[in-house]
Design a protein around this ligand. Structure first.
Ligand code: FAD
Length: 360
């Protein structure tokens, strides 16, 4: 009977990070279970360059020092020279995390359940096979919560005529006016003729792909981009609520990634936070770490409740962006804002609605 040092359930970015950051330099034998074909996964992850992400600078695919937030009437441009917006693709992250000294065996199977037996775990897969490991790193996504907000999006990678895009500035949020939902376009210009153009919604229900496609086409037309070639697409649904599983009483079970509470629900950013989470776990004796501190979580909760209970069309985001400079804005997005920035953020928000949410 072979007992692995650790079992990783799910080879999304957090499972991959466990292999690289926790076990990459040792000679331990690790087993990883993944129910999907991750070689087909192809999407990119954006984040601002925080100190904890600097070790991964070499695999960053592109950095933007300028970004904009606006609507048809107003456009706020932010600049940050030392903490730019960056992207890493899933494919690059996967390659980087699997190029390690340790031995990782990848099993393309769904895990049905696991439970402790003596001083290890018995893991059962869909084909009724049994595996054993001393520790479990579990990244299986948690169930949806009815009535909670979701961030859902669909985007296409396109090529267009030369010199169409300004490759030095990304569009972080361009809000469009919709009935009862918050919708914005997110444009990542990789070069003057290549970009990811994404339609994103904050609402309780996910839409059919045709809905986002229409928004993308409308946006492109408005910007005089009438001809383009679609190279690939990506879509996703991210919880806008704290989606972590209860921490396990068994100290050898680690909930990781979104399941472990890495996502910042008010923004949907999770990639760099799940890396921070694994880095924190490396230096902790516990099976749980707080990726987001108490105050950040509290502010997130108030903000999400505000979004849930009010008709927001993006104006609060634009006001927030206009009251902060680039460094302050990125520190807020990355959960590193200081007290002064926090006060500026609170001051930017619609007072009465926020006070109501504070006392709920
Ligand atoms: C298209 C897309 C774009 C995104 N862009 C950004 C971004 O720009 N910036 C950002 O910060 N965040 C972004 N996110 C959000 C977040 O970073 C991702 O959702 C990220 O993938 C979360 O990583 P994870 O490891 O927690 O979970 P997942 O990526 O969901 O990984 C879990 C893995 O477990 C596998 N699995 C599930 N159940 C089982 C089972 N029973 N047995 C075996 N395997 C199982 C799944 O197939 C999956 O591969 C994006 C998300 C998506 C979907």
């Amino acid at each position: 009977m072979k007992i692995y040092k650790a079992a990783i359930i799910g080879l999304g970015p957090s499972g991959l990070a466990v292999n690289k950051i926790l076990y990459g330099n040792g000679l331990n034998e690790i087993i990883a279970f993944e129910s999907e074909d991750i070689n087909k996964r192809d999407n990119i992850f954006g984040f601002w360059l925080t100190d904890w992400m600097r070790p991964f600078e070499n695999i960053i695919e592109k950095k933007w020092y300028n970004w904009s937030i606006g609507n048809k009437n107003l456009d706020i441009t932010h600049t940050s020279l030392d903490k730019p917006y960056c992207v890493i693709s899933f494919k690059t992250w996967k390659k980087f995390c699997l190029e390690t000294k340790n031995n990782i065996e990848i099993v393309n199977k769904k895990v049905i359940k696991y439970f402790p037996e003596q001083n290890y775990f018995k893991i059962i897969t869909a084909d009724n096979k049994i595996y054993y490991a001393k520790k479990i790193y579990d990244s299986r996504s948690t169930k949806e919560k009815k009535g909670e907000l979701l961030q859902h999006f669909f985007g296409i990678n396109i090529t267009v005529e030369d010199n169409t895009f300004n490759e030095n500035k990304l569009t972080l949020m361009h809000f469009t006016e919709e009935n009862n939902i918050l919708h914005f376009m997110y444009i990542l210009p990789f070069s003057h003729n290549k970009a990811l153009v994404e339609s994103t919604v904050f609402s309780k229900d996910v839409f059919h792909t045709s809905w986002y496609r229409k928004k993308i086409n409308d946006y492109l037309k408005k910007n005089n981009i009438n001809e383009f070639k679609e190279q690939s697409s990506e879509k996703g649904v991210i919880p806008m609520f704290f989606a972590e599983e209860k921490r396990s009483v068994n100290s050898n079970i680690f909930n990781i990634g979104i399941r472990g509470g890495a996502c910042k629900p008010s923004t949907g950013y999770a990639f760099s936070f799940l890396i921070k989470q694994i880095q924190l776990l490396k230096n902790s004796k516990k099976n749980y770490v707080n990726t987001h501190n108490f105050l950040e979580r509290k502010m997130d909760k108030i903000f999400i409740n505000y979004l849930k209970n009010n008709r927001e069309d993006g104006k609060s985001f634009i006001k927030l962006a206009s009251n902060l400079n680039g460094n302050e804005f990125q520190s807020f997005m990355m959960g590193e804002s200081n007290l002064l920035t926090k006060l500026k953020i609170i001051n930017s928000m619609p007072k009465l609605s926020f006070i109501k949410e504070l006392f709920k």
